[in-house]
Design a binder for this molecule. Structure first.
Ligand SMILES: [Zn+2]
Length: 66
């Protein structure tokens, strides 16, 4: 995320919540940036897609052998 969306990271410090995912959170600086044109809508669309892919990926847990 830091490598792919550096401009998000720079404004994310202004998000209301720490660990904001910039999706449905209120008072999100990234969404505000998209709204006022600081962040390109296409970049945000890209980010949403990236996030969906992450979410779709199933976590892998290593089972401990007993
Ligand atoms: Zn945010």
């Amino acid at each position: 995320m830091r490598d792919r969306f550096p401009e998000f990271v720079s404004v994310a410090g202004n998000c209301k919540f720490r660990g904001c995912q910039h999706l449905r959170e209120p008072q999100c600086a990234v969404k505000a940036g998209v709204a006022d044109g600081t962040i390109m809508q296409s970049r945000y669309d890209n980010y949403q897609q990236f996030h969906e892919e992450l979410a779709a990926r199933k976590p892998v847990y290593d089972k401990k052998k007993r």
